[in-house]
Design a protein around this ligand. Sequence first.
Ligand code: CA
Ligand code: CA
Length: 146
Amino acid sequence: MSKVEDFLTSSEEREVVEAIRIAEKNTSGEIRVHIEKETSIAPIERAVEVFHQLKMDTTQERNGVIIYIAAKSKQFAIYGDKGINDKVANDFWNSTKDIMLHHFKNGENKLALVKGIESAGEQLKKHFPYQHGDIDELSNEISKGE
Ligand code: CA
Ligand code: CA
């Protein structure tokens, strides 16, 4: 299970994208998932790099969130943009990370992502409630690296 394309089946991938779509119905925040094989730096540092590469720092309210996965080692990180970090404590994502870790340990990759997205969506909703006329600023599709 080390390859990016083995991390989720295509139907599981669709479920993850759907989870993002549903989560974003409750918040103006934008959630993206990026999966790549491995990273040579700390997952959180890599998450920040990818966040900028994907231009996730271009949202109006600076409220994009990336869930970063290194498939081979099953390392992951969650990083939220400035708009979120200005409002919340550093340990804001801990409950989301705990939920994800629990499922990854059980080999439940899809569930880890879906539950992580649901949790992130709940957190975002508190600070960035959905507003009428909200735009889907960042694609809900999973981003994949090498
Ligand atoms: Ca939006
Ligand atoms: Ca989106």
